[in-house]
Design a protein around this ligand. Structure first.
Ligand SMILES: Nc1ncnc2c1ncn2[C@@H]1O[C@H](COP(=O)(O)OP(=O)(O)OP(=O)(O)O)[C@@H](O)[C@H]1O
Length: 267
């Protein structure tokens, strides 16, 4: 478990976002500690993706403050934003549409290195792309294949390798395993567990599946109609949810820990 101390890897304060005058995110605040995996859960439409998109500056919030390692994200100049974008990478739900089908897996990974000026030397760039493919459990031979020749889980691995290429400090994962079969989900979740250990990554992990969050995350934040109603260590919240909305979310799923399930039933 990672304690929230010192400068947060990511700090979000009073984030507000409306669409067409309808508030969708209503003053959300949370911190992500260095090396921590924080789950963000809530029903469909509760505003999870909007929070993620605001944090990554893909959507402009109405108000609030976002800091990445203490640096102001919303007030960043174009130049500062380049560095911030490198330090904060996003992986999306659909590995089919997020990868350019015309590029090979190797070229997709090399692109990030090139765009951010990380590895100008062509051969070294290629070696680095190959090493990243191996990091996510693919092989050097996969570098020359196009996305359509990979399975969904393998494509998601390529998307993860692509995000990792620029050595981000924070990874924002929006429903990254939702479109995968259960057995492939387990493989990708184990990959995340392994990567966070090895790379000391901070991860904001958005999911609607509470069992997935329980498996991977240190803490969980619960979003209900745009408001954060509860945040705390996974074990504690799953055992003793304080908010009725969290309780109703948990009642809808089996908890993989029989002791936690008994404690929950007793509340
Ligand atoms: N660009 C947009 N224009 C208008 N409304 C939007 C836009 N993006 C999101 N919304 C609305 O904001 C609300 C929250 O959507 P969001 O995608 O953030 O929820 P979510 O919790 O991620 O849902 P899901 O789990 O289904 O992805 C929804 O009612 C959605 O219709």
């Amino acid at each position: 478990m990672t304690a929230v101390t010192g400068v947060s890897a990511l700090s979000v304060r009073n984030l507000v976002k409306s669409f067409g005058g309808r508030p969708v995110v209503k003053g959300v605040s949370f911190d992500l500690a260095p090396g921590e995996v924080l789950g963000l859960v809530g029903e469909s439409g509760s505003g999870k993706s909007t929070v993620a998109r605001c944090v990554a500056r893909l959507t402009k919030p109405d108000s609030g403050e976002i800091r990445l390692g203490g640096r102001d994200v919303l007030g960043a100049s174009r130049r500062e934003l380049r560095t911030l974008r490198r330090d904060m990478q996003m992986v999306f739900q659909d590995p089919y549409s997020s990868l350019n089908p015309r590029m090979t897996a190797g070229a997709l990974i090399e692109e990030g290195l090139l765009v951010h000026g990380i590895e100008p030397d062509r051969r070294k760039r290629r070696d680095r792309a190959t090493a990243l493919l191996e990091t996510v459990g693919l092989s050097a031979a996969d570098a020359d294949r196009h996305p359509r020749s990979f399975s969904g889980g393998q494509r998601q691995r390529i998307a993860i390798a692509r995000a990792l290429a620029v050595e981000p400090k924070v990874l924002i994962c929006d429903e990254v395993v939702s479109s995968l079969d259960v057995s492939v989900q387990a493989q990708v979740l184990n990959l995340f567990r392994d990567l966070r250990e090895r790379l000391d990554l901070s991860i904001l992990f958005i999911a609607h599946d509470l069992a997935v969050v329980h498996y991977l995350c240190d803490r969980v934040a619960v979003l209900d109609q745009g408001s954060l109603v509860e945040i705390g260590p996974c074990g504690e919240i799953y055992r003793r949810p304080a908010h009725p909305y969290t309780r109703s979310l948990l009642d809808a799923v089996p908890v993989p820990d029989p002791a936690a399930e008994r404690a929950r039933q007793a509340v």
